[in-house]
Design a protein around this ligand. Sequence first.
Ligand code: NAP
Length: 460
Amino acid sequence: MAYQSVNPYSGSILETFEELTDEQLESALRTANTCFENWKHTTFVDRAAVVAKAAALMRERSDELARLVTLEMGKLIDEARGEVELSADIIDYYAQNAERFLAPEQLKPSSGGAQVESNPIGVLFGVEPWNFPYYQLVRFAAPNLMAGNVVMVKHAACVPQCAIAFEQLWLDAGAPTGAYTNLLISYDQVNQVIDDPRIKGVALTGSTDAGKVVAARAGQNLKKSTMELGGSDAFIVLEDADLDKAVKWAVWGKMNNTGQCCVAAKRFVVVEELADRFLDGFQAALMALEPGDPMDKATTLAPLSTEAALVKLLDQVDRAVAKGATLVMGGGRIDRPGAFMQPTILANIEPNNPAFREEFFGPVALFFRVKNEDEAVALANDSEFGLGGSVFTEDVERGKRVASRVDTGMVFVNHPTWTTPDLPFGGIKNSGYGRELSSMGIQEFVNKKLIRVTSIDAPA
Ligand code: NAP
């Protein structure tokens, strides 16, 4: 059974779900399309009432929504609550700002007048990952519903209860049936949906491999797509950094969501003057993390999302070591029930080691020692990924200069890459294309329609 809730802390199966039949899928597509024909004519004020209500309901249901996240994918309960709060903030942000973001833009051509309108384009399809079971959905749903589109979503197979709870939220907020549709569907049905002429755009957040498959299918159908894919963000520590601050943020940047963030700090690139002291502090802080029940607020080390994720990561670490990397700490499964992995640091990873180019999605840090700023930038850029990154230095102007030289979608100075409703989110290279969040995220799936008025005489 593809859609199954399994508690990664205990290994127990919580619930399994049937996939939709092709007939049920067809019915859902028809309903969504009919819904769009009405929804596109509603005003921003009408839509904002529904969308803001969804944010309020999220906050009201915070305990239950967070509990489902922790049960299904093992996130620490306080982090799960934080995700619910952030998601509600994003929904509110679009309820409040969408009309302004999509206001017609007046142009000043050499004669006459012209404007560009932002019109909704139809039913959109999203394929989403489990690592932030609500936040990922919200980034796609909130701006697009406010833009007058409607959305259908295939969520990850391991978080079906979160997927269903999120769909219910929209219905309870007063969204018409078909405005937000959760689809428990197979990969074949994903292809059918992308091919369906009623679908006008496709968004995927997930791995680069899944992105290539889904983007290719959308491309065959000449449908616009956005791709939010994996990363291997560099966390650069320059010799003038505040070491204590850098170590503390390194631990947060690596271990938030047990390292299962697309923008987790994954490659720690430290200038040699600070390298030994940084590594000592980082290692000591990782050693102090205590595995336990993620529902317990005292736990500081959660399980990975699934047993399969743990097995994959352990294998990646083993292969890295077999190809010459040094295991500084960790590297194994924690000897207790559940999908727990020891916090791990790998060093001496040469460019010919496959690990040099891979994304490690979990509590595994790749440590690199460099001579200076130039070497740090060169190493950061020697990657097929380009999602986030960070630079630590007490000289903020220097930090901005270094940030400009890193080939990536987002760089934070003196903070790991993170997200707020009003900052654009997205990458380049194998990390994808397009942006979510901020005023940019709502522009991806609208028709930028030119309306031109002239009094130019017709040719004689
Ligand atoms: P994943 O395996 O690619 O899955 C993501 C979604 O794609 C799931 O719904 C999955 O369904 C579906 N999927 C996978 N292969 C597919 C295929 N061939 N056809 C149709 N659908 C397919 O990724 P994940 O392991 O869940 O998530 C981790 C990855 O996401 C990491 O690489 C991470 O960096 C990236 N990520 C990126 C961002 C960003 O904003 N850039 C944010 C979060 C995560 P099933 O679950 O049914 O397989």
